[in-house]
Design a protein around this ligand. Structure first.
Ligand code: ADP
Length: 189
């Protein structure tokens, strides 16, 4: 199973990805998690990405495309993968298409998790409180910027994947277990 989870910050991509990892025995590839580990470990990539991630901007396509391409070659991705937070721009989606052609594999589905803007802000503010402010980009001001960037740069992917016949939309306002059930029934058909 090769999946993309698409949706704004706070929609529940990470939560659902972790559940699907267990259900399908395939890894979650979160570019946000990979960047945060690099930042915490102060690797050259982390040092380059820190200011960009903290202020809510997108890291360059070249950097994230490289991260994903390398990660997709790992042994654990052979049976499939769940991409969470990538692609985030049309250029990234096009790069991913080429990567998958080169690797000789195809996507099964792109799941769009939908939620209202007010609920997204509420969840992220809550996440920030619960974690004691662990993520520098989870404050309301930076979040607004991330939501704007989502609308401008990432939302066009809905039409991109819909045109390819891959898009499945689910209601992310439902309780976690219901969202999981909707995703499974959407991808299992
Ligand atoms: P969320 O889904 O809550 O918005 P993520 O954990 O996916 O957050 O990403 C956090 C930050 O990491 C983004 O705001 C951005 O700076 C960077 N990032 C993650 N994925 C990408 C990507 N595909 N392209 C560019 N930047 C990215």
């Amino acid at each position: 199973m090769r999946l993309i989870l698409l949706g704004p910050p706070g929609a529940g991509k990470g939560t659902q990805a972790k559940i699907l990892v267990e259900a399908y025995g395939i890894p979650q590839l979160s570019t946000g998690d990979i960047l945060r580990s690099a930042i915490a470990a102060k690797t050259p990539l982390g040092l380059e990405a820190k200011a960009i991630v903290d202020r809510g901007d997108l890291v360059s396509d070249a950097i994230v495309n490289g991260i994903v391409s390398e990660r997709l070659d790992a042994e654990d991705c052979k049976p499939g993968f769940i991409l969470d937070g990538f692609p985030r721009t049309i250029a990234q989606a096009e790069a991913l298409d080429q990567m998958l052609i080169d690797k000789g594999v195809k996507l099964d589905a792109v799941v769009e998790i939908k939620a209202d803007a007010d609920e997204l802000v509420r969840r992220v503010v809550q996440r920030s409180k619960e974690s004691g402010g662990a993520r520098a980009d989870d404050n309301e001001e930076v979040l607004r910027k991330r939501l704007d960037i989502y609308k401008e740069q990432t939302a066009p992917l809905v039409a991109y994947y819909s045109d390819k016949g891959l898009l499945k939309a689910v209601d992310g306002m439902e309780p976690v277990e219901k969202v999981t059930a909707s995703i499974k029934s959407a991808i299992e058909g």
